[in-house]
Design a protein. Structure first.
Length: 93
């Protein structure tokens, strides 16, 4: 169940970042906004410097999920590419 959630969210984030020329939401911007929600510990550290260090790691992880989506989820990436081709064909006609 959690894996499907991760795949769907990653697919959505990839589509958003692919349109960053229009929406200004690059993989880094998306990761910065969403990592605190997507990647967190059960108990947050009380030390601020440790919290910031872990937050940066979370941003890097989410950024990698977006940028490397086609490698991490190859079957889903192929499906995403096919959907994009279908949309382009619909727009062209």
């Amino acid at each position: 169940m959690r894996l499907m959630w991760a795949i769907r969210r990653s697919m959505l984030l990839k589509r958003i970042s692919d349109n960053s020329s229009v929406n200004n939401m690059t993989a880094t911007n998306l990761a910065t906004c969403l990592a605190p929600v997507m990647v967190r510990r059960q108990e947050q550290p009380t030390d601020v410097s440790k919290f910031l260090e872990e937050s940066k790691k979370g941003v890097k992880l989410v950024e990698a999920l977006v940028n490397q989506f086609h490698i991490i989820f190859p079957v889903c990436a192929a499906d995403l590419r096919e959907r994009e081709r279908e949309r382009e064909r619909e727009r062209a006609s």
